[in-house]
Design a protein around this ligand. Structure first.
Ligand code: HEM
Ligand code: HEM
Length: 205
C-alpha cells in the first residue's frame, strides 16, 4: 500500500529541487467512483434530457457506483475504508475548531470535515437516484412531492458540490498540495511532521 517513490536523502546546494516523496493514497476504485459520480451528476444536471433513457441510465450508473463504494469502504485499502476517515463527533469538533483557528493538521486521507461533506453528497445522491426511479413506478407516477424532492436533492447536490470543490482548493493552498490532482493520480505527498496518517474514529484528532 505505502509504495513510496524515490527520494534523495540529501543534496548539495547546487542540485536541482528534490523530488517530492509521494505515497499512493487513492486506489483506482475510489478515483473511478469519484469521477464517475461527478461526471454522471453534471451530465444529468446540465446535458442529458430530463427523465429520458440516458438520464435514467446515468442515474442508475451513479447508484451502482455508490453501492460498490459502500462495500469498498469495508474491504478496500486502508485510506478507502470508512474506519480511516469517518470521524467521531469529538474529532470533528476538534478539527472544526482548529480549522477556524487556521491551525488544522494535514490529513493524508480525508479530513473529518471532508468526510462529513462526502457523506452528505453521497446521501443526497442516493435520495436523488431513488426519487428518480420512483417517478417511473405506477404507485408514484405524477406524484408531485416525488418530482419536487428529485429536483430539490439535485439542486442541493449542486450547491454542496460547489462548496466541496472550493474546500478542496482552499485546503490545497493551505497545505501546499494539489488535492484535485491527487484524486486523479492517486498519489499525495508523504506524511511529515504533525500530518495525520490514520484517523480512527475513537482516536485523538
Ligand atoms: C442520481 C442522479 C440524478 C440526477 C442528478 C438527476 C437530476 C435531475 C434533474 C435536475 C431533473 C430536472 C428536475 C426538474 O427541473 O423538474 C430531473 C428530472 C427527472 N429525472 Fe432525474 N436525476 C438523477 C437520476 C434519475 C434517475 C435514476 C431517474 C429514473 C430512473 C430519473 C428520472 C427523472 C425523471 C423522470 C425526470 C423528469 C421529472 C419531470 O420533470 O417530470 N432521474 N433529474
Ligand atoms: C457532484 C459532484 C461531486 C461529488 C458528488 C463529489 C463527491 C465526493 C466524494 C464522495 C468524495 C470521497 C471519495 C471517496 O472516498 O470515495 C470526494 C472526494 C474529493 N473530491 Fe469530489 N465530488 C464531486 C465533484 C468534485 C469536483 C468537480 C472536484 C474537483 C474539481 C472534486 C474534488 C475532490 C477531491 C480533491 C476529493 C478528495 C478530498 C480529500 O483529499 O479528502 N470533487 N468527492
Amino acid at each position: 500500500m505505502a509504495a513510496v517513490s524515490h527520494a534523495p536523502s540529501s543534496r548539495p546546494a547546487s542540485a536541482p529541487s528534490p523530488t517530492v516523496r509521494t505515497i499512493r493514497v487513492w486506489d483506482p476504485v475510489v478515483r473511478l467512483f469519484h469521477w464517475l459520480m461527478a461526471a454522471g451528476f453534471v451530465a444529468n444536471m446540465f446535458v442529458l434530457e430530463e427523465g429520458k433513457r440516458l438520464h435514467r441510465w446515468a442515474g442508475y450508473a451513479i447508484l451502482a457506483a455508490i453501492a460498490v463504494r459502500l462495500i469498498w469502504g469495508f474491504i478496500g485499502p486502508v485510506h478507502a475504508r470508512f474506519s480511516d476517515f469517518v470521524p467521531a463527533p469529538r474529532r470533528l469538533l476538534i478539527y472544526s475548531k482548529a480549522l477556524l483557528a487556521r491551525r488544522e493538521p494535514r490529513y493524508v486521507g480525508h479530513n473529518p470535515a471532508a468526510a462529513v461533506m462526502m457523506a452528505a453528497l453521497v446521501g443526497l445522491m442516493v435520495l436523488c437516484g431513488v426519487t428518480g426511479w420512483m417517478q417511473g413506478l405506477d404507485a408514484y407516477w405524477g406524484v408531485k412531492w416525488v418530482k419536487e424532492l428529485h429536483e430539490a436533492t439535485a439542486n442541493a447536490i449542486l450547491m454542496l458540490a460547489g462548496l466541496h470543490v472550493a474546500a478542496a482548493i482552499v485546503e490545497s493552498v493551505r497545505h501546499r498540495e494539489n488535492l484535485v490532482w491527487s484524486m486523479i493520480t492517486g498519489r499525495k505527498r508523504a506524511p511529515s511532521g504533525d500530518d495525520v496518517v490514520h484517523a480512527p474514529a475513537s482516536g485523538r484528532g
